[in-house]
Design a protein around this ligand. Structure first.
Ligand code: ATP
Length: 352
């Protein structure tokens, strides 16, 4: 059993509040992703679990053990850094075996476990090499092997895939997910890449400016964003966010009037709609919401991203891969009004 609990944790660097009012329970065996833009406090949160940073106030627990002030080596967590942090003068074998050596595991047992994890990450033929003789992807796998060579209570992974090329990254992502499922070790994973978060996590904590904006399963975060920040951060291409006013069920903004929207009257509103919920209207469809000129057309392979001009801004929609419209051509557009979100422009909270 290894849950990790934050109770009212704050972390200040001088006067700067890096993490504020942090309350989170990461469950036993859970894969939890901390997701957010650069500087939002993800790494600081991880470092507080590892013991590399101390909380300014509040309590952190692993299971029922309060770990504030406990030395890193007594916390029984294994951390994989973005920079790998391998020992340059040690071979792959000795790098992987290092955590066992400092725990005085006998050499024969050590050898057996090193071989086992090396096979797992496909490094068994490279055991005598030095880190400088490896590719970035191989180094990353050494760092991973070193973390899994023993079974800690908690794995902490800080952007472990960010130095890999796109192909290896996708491959290692699947590998990590499988590994965590097999090892059943509570894992906390930091990334600013929302695709990584959505594909790996049981639950995602979306962070912004040192606070958790929303905690939920990837599906909840995507289909039920509670704040404007979460709505805009999750999804690729991002959700269309259009400022305007809503009253009597009609949303009005520069270039768009849309009926069947909202109940309350709000003068300062942001309407959000995902590109997949905006459609090119068919010739037979009577209820076109607007007609707009095409700004750009991008074929992604499985579909086509089309941007149209809407007042002074652009609106993106996901069209079929056979879409044949040209730049500046006017097209009819239909918005799935049952799939739009409304946010209060001031509080940034969802209102509908
Ligand atoms: P990134 O994705 O860029 O690594 P992050 O979300 O992990 O960002 P943190 O590294 O946790 O962000 O940093 C949060 C904030 O705290 C940043 O504004 C950073 O400048 C600040 N910060 C971090 N460490 C220190 C420090 N030792 N002294 C002062 N400020 C710090």
């Amino acid at each position: 059993m290894a849950s990790v609990t934050f109770n009212n944790v704050y972390k200040k660097f001088g006067e700067f509040l890096a993490v504020a009012n942090f309350n989170l329970e990461i469950r036993d065996k859970e894969f939890l992703v901390l997701l957010g833009p650069s500087g939002c406090g993800k790494t600081t949160t991880m470092r507080m679990i590892a013991g590399l940073e101390e909380a300014t106030s509040g309590d952190i627990y692993i299971d029922t053990d309060r770990i504030n002030g406990v030395l890193p080596k007594y916390r029984d967590v294994a951390m994989v850094f973005q920079s790998y942090a391998l020992y340059p003068h040690l071979t792959v074998e000795d790098n992987i075996g290092y955590p066992l050596k400092i725990r005085k595991v006998p050499p024969a047992e050590r050898k057996r476990r090193i071989l086992e994890v090396a096979r797992r990450v496909e490094l068994e033929t490279m055991l005598s090499r030095l880190p400088k003789e490896l590719s970035g992807g191989q180094r990353q796998r050494v760092a991973l092997a070193r973390a899994i060579v023993r079974t800690p209570r908690v794995f902490l992974m800080d952007e472990p895939l960010s130095n890999l090329d796109a192909k290896l990254r996708t491959q290692m992502r699947a590998e990590l997910k499988h590994l965590q499922h097999e090892l059943q070790v509570t894992t906390i994973y930091v990334t600013h890449d929302q695709i990584e978060a959505m594909t790996l996590a049981h639950r995602v904590a979306v962070m912004n400016k040192g606070v958790i904006e929303q905690l939920g399963t990837p599906r909840e975060i995507y289909s039920d964003p509670r704040t404007l920040f979460v709505a805009g951060f999750i999804g690729s291409p991002p959700m269309n966010l259009i400022p305007g006013e809503v009253g009597d069920g009609v949303f009005v903004s520069d270039g768009l009037t849309l009926g069947g929207i909202g109940r309350a009257t709000h003068s300062h509103t942001v309407l959000g709609v995902r590109p997949e919920d905006v459609h090119v209207a068919g010739a037979e469809e009577g209820d076109v919401n607007l007609v707009a000129p095409i700004y750009s057309v991008e074929l992604t392979g499985e579909n086509t991203l089309v941007s149209v001009r809407l007042g002074g801004r652009l609106m993106t929609l996901r069209a079929d891969k056979s879409f044949a419209g040209q730049i500046d051509q006017e097209i009819g557009i239909k918005i799935a009004t049952d799939r739009v979100f409304l946010f209060d422009g001031e509080t940034q909270l969802r209102i509908d």
